[in-house]
Design a protein around this ligand. Sequence first.
Ligand code: ATP
Ligand code: MG
Length: 215
Amino acid sequence: MVVQRIFRAVVMGPPGSGKGTVSSRITKTFGLQHLSSGDLLRANIESKTELGLLMRSCIDNGQLVPDDVISRLILSDLRRMETSWLLDGFPRTVSQAEALDGAYSVDTIINLDVPFQTIKERLTSRWTHLPSGRVYNTDFNPPKVTGLDDVTGEPLVQRDDDTPETVTRRLKAYQTQTEPVLEYYRSKGILVIFSGTETNKIWPHVQAFLSRKLS
Ligand code: ATP
Ligand code: MG
């Protein structure tokens, strides 16, 4: 199915809740363009842009990067995209949500509600193909060949911010800074919550919801 009318959605959820995996499935199934704040930041770090170098310590420490920096980066990329899109990892603070609101009207917020204990276990078994943002999990979504990306055959790496201490810090940042964003969108009546511990079980519900929504 390909989206016919303008549709703008955001995928939210704690770190490692499967935002990246669910987003790529939505992209494939519904033909929406996808923008991930984490991928965008990692691409800046990878290509050693001035901004990437500045942001690197924030990210490696499990802290959020400054609101004005990420908001400017995302909003300028959105201007170059098609009118319908899917955002993942942004907004993560109420100030970012307000910045997005000032520029676009968002149809739906898909919140992946995954228990923190599940997340801690999951992030330590996560492997990433940095250039594309594709993620694998040695437990439930392994690559065809251990350590290599399915599409390019390039090596997978474990992200520097996926260490246990940093994961704890990222979950704290999520609770204090991102949970209020859920309240912000709940009050606007566009928040939809999908709870579960496995992406493969959550996904059919997201797919059914979007099929209804877009038909
Ligand atoms: P997931 O694993 O579900 O894709 P994640 O939380 O593990 O999500 P990313 O979304 O890739 O990881 O973000 C990685 C890091 O980049 C964050 O910990 C934070 O430092 C920074 N970051 C990403 N998006 C934002 C944002 N909207 N505001 C501030 N910092 C951000
Ligand atoms: Mg991500």
